[in-house]
Design a protein around this ligand. Structure first.
Ligand code: PEP
Ligand code: MN
Length: 268
């Protein structure tokens, strides 16, 4: 793994109009209905603190027969959210079909989930589908703390020509009971940053925590480690969420968390 392979990345501030550092992405784990999506988006919009609205529509679930996302219809709901609120929208892609659909519906940013990053075949296919496409792409770390696998996935997307490229640190799976759902192993994103100083890394406290109570602390840690932004799951009615209910916060709570962050001002 050679340092500085990702030479000519486009700075995050130039990815989409009006976005800033730290980049704040927020929205529900999953799109559930047009009403849930629009209500959450409107409540998030009024905070004035969120750059990009997120919602998963294809959900990679551990067990079959869990809610696997609303599918492509959710792209129409996201399009409505964008029209109504003016917020750029983001969703997760895990296959070539997802990439083509997301692009067709004008999704502004896509991210690749932890389970997909771990699969070089899937990453290669997604990278090839992204050839010649101008869209910001964020690559979540794989479930295991395997820096090379993460970096390898990022390099595949880079090799496809994507220059609006970043990473998401969502923590790593462990066996056994712990306060956090996924262990942060902060040294892994820090090492990724050392290898690629120009690669933005967004912290995902929601999936690290797995519960609401620690999101603010982990978000602050991400800022203290100089990560470039945050992705936080927020739902208009978190207790009733169809996925990741325990870790989602109301838009009101999201606003408090964001307002409470101490951010180093030398990085803008
Ligand atoms: C998500 O962002 O909702 C998600 C499925 O995350 P991860 O890939 O990190 O598990
Ligand atoms: Mn989730």
């Amino acid at each position: 793994m050679a340092a500085n392979e990702l030479k000519d990345l486009i700075p995050m501030s130039e990815w989409l109009p009006g976005i800033k550092r730290p980049l704040i992405i927020a929205g529900p784990c999953s799109a559930e209905s047009p009403e849930q999506l629009m209500q959450t988006a409107k409540e998030i919009k009024v905070l004035g603190q969120v750059d990009i609205f997120r919602a998963g529509i294809w959900k990679p679930r551990t067990f079959p027969n869990n809610f696997e996302g609303v599918g492509s219809i959710g792209l129409e709901w996201l399009r409505e959210v964008k029209k109504e609120t003016g917020m750029p929208v983001a969703t997760e892609v895990g296959s070539v079909k997802h990439v083509f659909e997301a692009i067709k519906y004008g999704v502004d940013l896509i991210w690749i989930g932890a389970r997909t990053t771990a699969n070089p075949f899937a990453m290669q296919e997604i990278a090839e589908a992204l050839q010649g496409v101008d869209i910001p792409v964020l690559v979540k770390n794989p479930l295991s703390p395997d820096l090379e696998l993460w970096d390898g996935g990022i390099n595949r997307i880079y090799a496809a020509g994507i220059r609006k490229l970043g990473a998401i640190h969502r923590g790593f799976s462990t066996w056994g009971k712990s306060d956090l759902r996924n262990t942060p192993h902060w040294q892994v994103p820090i090492e990724l940053k050392r290898i690629h100083p120009n690669l933005p890394i967004i912290g995902d406290p929601s999936h690290i925590c797995g519960n609401r109570t620690m999101i603010a602390d982990i978000a602050q840690r991400a800022m203290d480690f100089n990560l470039d932004g945050l992705m936080i799951e927020s739902h208009c009615n978190p207790d009733e969420a169809w996925s990741d209910a325990k870790q989602q916060v109301t838009p009101t709570r999201l606003g408090e968390i964001l307002s409470g962050l101490k951010i180093k001002t030398e990085h803008t």
